[in-house]
Write a protein that binds this ligand. Structure first.
Ligand code: D6G
Length: 832
C-alpha cells in the first residue's frame, strides 16, 4: 500500500493528543474546507465529530462482520422515536478519550465546551419512550449485544419551544440544517414502500388463491446509518434511520405529460413522510400521515431485515432464531401484517407457517394504559391506505376469533373485546390487540404497570395467553446520565469505588457504606453544589432570574400533561408563597421551583398550565416580601441537553402523577441516581424506586392506584368539598380564579379552575393536595439537616444500580429475545 495512505490510516485511528490534534487540522482543511483562522465553532464541531467518527469506523465494520461470521441472532428495535441528544461527548466518553480530545483542542486554542455546545440536540422523540430507545441502544452496544435501532430520519425533530409573553410558541427544530457529521448516507440501500391502490386476486402456480397489491403509489425509503458506540469502544452497533425519497419513474411519468409543477409537487408530498416528528406525547393524532409514517419505516425495516437474513438462509423457518423484532409501543405494530404480507404474498409461504414465524419473531412493549393514547386506526383509512393489510388483519382476526369462539361459551362481549376490530361507533383497528396477538411476548415497563395491563387493557388476552405478559422495568444508561452529565459526582464515585460501576451499575452499591462517612458526605455535597452553580448560571442565561444556590432545587422536568400534575406542584408553590408572606419572620428554607417541559401544540390545557407557571413566576419572583426565599423558573425548550444540566443539580425530584397513570417514568430514575430525593406517588417505577432506596429515603404521598380506581368507580368524589375543607388550597385556587396572577386577563385560568372543581378533577389534584403538602413539609424539614439529607441522597445514588438500562436489556435479551453477546474480532489492530 502507498505509504502515504498507510500513515494516514494510522493517523485516523490514533487516540493520543498529538494524533487527535493532527487529524483535527487535517479534517478542518480537507473536509470542512476552512483554515483555522476562519473556522467557526460549528466548523470545529464538524471537524472533531468527523475525526472521532474516523476512530469508530474500523471497529464498526469489524462488529458488523462478526455478526455475519457468527450468523448471530440480532435484535431489531423498531421505534418511531430515538431521542438521542448530542453525540460528541457520548462518543468521546465511550471511547475513553474525553481528556485527550480536550487537550488536543486546548493546544489549538479551543475550548471543549464551545465545541460541544455547537452540536445540535437530535430530538427525534417526544419524551420517555424515545429516550428509552436511545438508552437501550447504548446498553445493547455496551453489552456487546447485536442490536439495531430502526426508525425515521425526521428532517425536523421535536419543535423548539420558546416563551412569548409567557405562552409556549413552537418553532421548527432544524437539527439537519448544517448537515449531520455522524451519519453515513446509504443511497444504495433503498426499498420501495407502497400506499393506496387495490388488491387483485389470482391463482398461483399450484392453483391456490393468491393476492397482489397493485396500482399503488410508491415511495422509496433510503437508509442513513449512525454508528452506536458501546462503552469501551469494542462493539459499534448501527442505528438505521429511513428517509423518504420520491421514485424516479413517478416523477418522469408526470413530466412526460408536461405537468412539471405537478410532478414536483408530488415529489415534495411523498417526501413529506420523513419531514416531521409528530409532537404528541401519549395522545393519538388520528392523522393519515402518521399512519403512513408508521408503515413507511416498518416496511422498510422489515425488508432490510429479511434481506440480511436471506444472505445466510434460503428458507424462512429459521427467522425467529436469527431475528428478534421488538415493537416499541404499537407505532410499528402494522409490521405484523406487513411481515405476513411479505412472507405469504412475496415469498409464497403458507399462511399458518407465516403466522407461526411472525409470532415467534415479534415482541411488543406496551407504554401506556391511557385510553386516548391506545392507537386505533379507522378501518376505512387502513382499507384505503393499506388495502392488503386490512385483508390480512381481517384474516388474522377471523382465525383467532373462530378458535376462541369454541371456548368462549357464547360470551359475545368477551369476543368483541378480544377482536382486532372495535365495532363500537366508527369501526377501528385496535393496534394494541394486533400487537398482542402477533407477538410471543408482551411486556409492561414497570411492575405496577404490568399488573395493571393484566387487569385492564389486556385482561381478556391475559386470560387467553397467560404466559405472554411479562414485566421489564425500564432503565437508564449510567454512561450518559451519570458519567457524562455529572462529571463532578462520577469522578468522586470513581475515586472511591473504582470505575467498574460504569459498565456494571450494581457495583455502585459499594457507596452505601460511605453514607455514614462524614468526609464523603462533604465531598458529595460539594459535587452537588458545583452542579447547582452550573444550573443557576444556566437559569440566569435562559430566564434572567437569579436563584440561590443554597436553596432546595425542587425539580419537575417532563412533558406537560395533566396526569403528570404540574398543577399540583403549582398549587403547592402558591400555598408556600402565601405562607411565606403571612409569616415573614419565620426563617424559611429557601426553595427554587424548577420546571421544564414541552406541551403538545394542540393540547390547550397543557399550554395554559405553562402560561400559569410563567405568570406565577412573575408575581412570586418579584415580590420583595418573600425575600428570595421562593423562586419559580420555567426553563424553555427542555431536551436531552437541558436535562443533562438540570438533573445533576436537583435536590428534590417531583414524580407526582396520579397513581396508575404513569407507566414507568425514567426521569425519576435519572434524578435519584444523581442523588435527588424523590417526592412522589406510588405510580409507575416509583414503587420500585421506593423498594430499592428504602421507604425512609423517599417522600411518598397520595392515593394508591387502587384507591384512585375505587374513588373514580364510586363516583362519589367531590372536589368542591375537599377544597372547602382546606383553606390553603381554597386560597390558592381563589387567587388563580380571581386573577391574582393574571391581572391583565382575570378569566384566563377559568378552564383550569373549572377542571379542578365542576369538571370533577379527573386527575385528583385536589384529592392529593393535603398529603402532598405534608410530604413537601417533611422534605423542607429534612433539608435543614444537611448531614441527614446528604446521607439519604447518597443512599439514593447507591441503591439505584438496578435501574441501569443494562439490566433492562439483559432481561429482554434473556427472556424475550434470546440474543447473546458477540465479541467482535478486531484483529488486534489500531485501537488501544
Ligand atoms: C452499517 C455498518 C456497516 C455495514 C452496513 C451494512 O452501516 O459496517 O457495512 O451497515 O450492513 P448490512 O445492513 O448489510 O448488514
Amino acid at each position: 500500500m502507498d505509504a502515504r495512505y498507510k500513515s494516514r490510516d494510522i493517523e485516523r485511528r490514533s487516540l493520543d493528543v498529538d494524533g487527535l490534534k493532527r487529524s483535527f487540522l487535517e479534517w478542518l482543511v480537507y473536509s470542512v474546507g476552512k483554515d483555522a483562522r476562519a473556522a467557526t465553532r460549528r466548523d470545529w464541531f464538524h471537524t472533531v465529530a468527523l475525526a472521532v467518527r474516523d476512530r469508530v469506523v474500523d471497529r464498526w465494520m469489524d462488529t458488523t462482520r462478526s455478526y455475519y461470521q457468527e450468523d448471530a441472532k440480532r435484535v431489531y428495535y423498531l421505534s418511531l422515536e430515538f431521542l438521542i441528544g448530542r453525540l460528541l461527548t457520548n462518543s468521546l466518553s465511550n471511547l475513553g478519550i474525553v481528556d485527550e480530545c480536550r487537550q488536543a483542542l486546548d493546544r489549538l486554542g479551543l475550548s471543549m465546551e464551545d465545541v460541544v455546545d455547537a452540536e445540535p440536540d437530535a430530538a427525534l422523540g417526544n419524551g420517555g419512550l424515545g429516550r428509552l430507545a436511545a438508552c437501550f441502544l447504548d446498553s445493547m452496544a455496551s453489552q456487546g449485544l447485536p442490536g439495531y435501532g430502526y426508525g425515521i430520519r425526521y428532517e425536523f425533530g421535536l419543535f423548539e419551544q420558546r416563551f412569548e409573553n409567557g405562552w409556549q410558541v413552537e418553532y421548527p427544530e432544524q437539527w439537519l440544517q448544517f448537515g449531520n457529521p455522524w451519519e453515513f448516507a446509504r443511497p444504495e440501500v433503498l426499498y420501495p414502500v407502497q400506499f393506496y391502490g387495490r388488491v387483485e386476486e389470482f391463482r398461483d402456480s399450484v392453483g391456490d388463491r393468491a393476492y397482489r397489491w397493485v396500482d399503488a403509489d410508491r415511495v422509496l425509503a433510503m437508509a442513513y446509518d449512525t454508528p452506536v458506540v458501546g462503552y469501551g469502544g469494542d462493539t459499534i452497533n448501527t442505528l438505521r434511520l429511513w428517509s423518504a425519497r420520491a421514485t424516479r419513474d413517478f416523477n418522469f411519468g408526470h413530466f412526460n405529460d408536461g405537468a412539471y409543477m405537478k410532478a414536483v409537487e408530488q415529489k415534495i408530498l411523498s417526501e413529506n413522510l420523513s419531514r416531521v416528528l409528530y409532537p404528541n406525547d401519549a395522545t393519538e393524532t388520528g392523522k393519515e400521515l402518521r399512519l403512513k409514517q408508521e408503515y413507511f419505516f416498518t416496511s422498510a425495516s422489515l425488508q432490510d431485515i429479511l434481506r440480511r437474513y436471506l444472505q445466510h438462509h434460503t428458507t424462512f423457518e429459521n427467522l425467529p432464531n436469527k431475528a428478534a423484532i421488538q415493537l416499541n409501543d404499537t407505532h410499528p405494530a402494522i409490521g405484523i401484517a406487513e411481515l405476513m404480507r411479505l412472507l405469504v404474498d412475496q415469498h409464497a409461504l403458507r399462511w399458518d407457517d407465516a403466522w407461526e414465524i411472525t409470532r415467534a419473531t415479534f415482541a411488543y412493549t406496551n407504554h401506556t394504559l391511557l385510553p386516548e393514547a391506545l392507537e386505533a386506526w379507522p378501518v376505512r383509512m387502513i382499507e384505503r391506505v393499506l388495502p392488503r393489510h386490512m385483508q390480512i388483519i381481517y384474516e388474522i382476526n377471523a382465525k383467532f376469533l373462530n378458535r376462541t369462539k369454541a371456548r368462549a361459551d357464547g360470551d359475545n362481549a368477551r369476543l368483541s373485546r378480544l377482536s382486532l376490530i372495535d365495532e363500537r361507533g366508527e369501526r377501528r383497528v385496535r393496534m394494541g390487540n394486533l400487537a398482542f396477538l402477533g407477538s410471543h411476548k408482551v411486556n409492561g415497563v414497570s411492575a405496577l404497570h404490568t399488573e395493571l395491563m393484566k387487569q385492564t387493557v389486556f385482561a381478556d388476552f391475559h386470560e387467553e395467553f397467560p404466559d405472554r405478559i411479562n414485566n421489564k422495568t425500564n432503565g437508564i444508561t449510567p454512561r450518559r446520565w451519570l458519567k457524562q452529565a455529572n462529571p463532578a459526582l462520577s469522578e468522586l464515585i470513581t475515586t472511591r469505588i473504582g470505575e467498574g460501576w460504569i459498565s456494571d451499575l450494581s457495583q455502585i452499591a459499594a457507596l452505601r457504606d460511605k453514607a455514614d462517612d462524614v468526609v464523603f458526605r462533604e465531598e458529595f455535597r460539594r459535587a452537588k453544589r458545583k452542579n447547582k452553580k452550573r444550573l443557576a448560571a444556566y437559569i440566569a442565561r435562559q430566564t434572567g432570574e437569579e436563584v440561590l444556590v443554597d436553596s432546595i432545587f425542587d425539580v419537575q422536568v417532563k412533558r406537560m400533561h395533566e396526569y403528570k400534575r404540574q398543577l399540583l406542584n403549582v398549587l403547592h408553590t402558591i400555598a408556600l408563597y402565601n405562607e411565606m408572606r403571612d409569616n415573614p419572620t419565620v426563617s424559611w428554607v429557601p426553595v427554587t421551583k424548577v420546571f421544564a417541559g414541552k406541551a403538545a401544540p394542540s393540547y390547550h390545557m397543557a399550554k395554559l398550565i405553562i402560561k400559569l407557571i410563567n405568570d406565577v413566576a412573575k408575581v412570586v419572583n418579584h415580590d420583595p416580601s418573600v425575600h428570595d426565599n421562593l423562586k419559580v423558573v420555567l426553563l424553555p425548550n427542555y431536551n436531552v441537553t437541558a436535562a443533562e444540566i438540570i438533573i445533576p443539580a436537583a435536590d428534590l425530584s417531583e414524580q407526582i402523577s396520579t397513581a396508575g397513570m404513569e407507566a414507568s417514568g425514567t426521569g425519576n430514575m435519572k434524578l435519584a441516581l444523581n442523588g435527588a430525593l424523590t417526592i412522589g406517588t406510588l405510580d409507575g417505577a416509583n414503587v420500585e424506586i421506593r423498594e430499592h432506596v428504602g421507604p425512609d429515603n423517599i417522600f411518598i404521598f397520595g392515593m394508591t392506584a387502587e384507591e384512585v380506581n375505587d374513588l373514580r368507580a364510586s363516583g362519589g368524589f367531590n372536589p368542591r368539598e375537599v377544597i372547602a375543607s382546606n383553606p390553603s388550597l381554597k386560597r390558592a385556587l381563589d387567587m388563580i380564579s380571581t386573577g391574582a396572577f393574571s391581572p391583565d386577563d382575570r378569566n384566563r385560568y377559568h378552564p383550569i379552575v373549572q377542571a379542578l372543581t365542576d369538571g370533577g378533577d379527573h386527575f385528583l389534584v385536589t384529592a392529593d393536595f393535603a398529603d402532598y403538602c405534608r410530604a413537601q413539609e417533611a422534605a423542607m424539614h429534612l433539608y435543614r439537616d444537611p448531614e441527614e439529607w446528604t446521607r439519604k441522597a447518597i443512599l439514593n445514588t447507591a441503591n439505584m444500580g438496578w435501574f441501569s438500562s443494562d439490566r433492562t436489556v439483559n432481561e429482554y435479551a434473556g427472556e424475550v429475545w434470546d440474543v447473546h453477546p458477540v465479541h467482535p474480532n478486531h484483529d488486534g489492530e489500531g485501537f488501544r
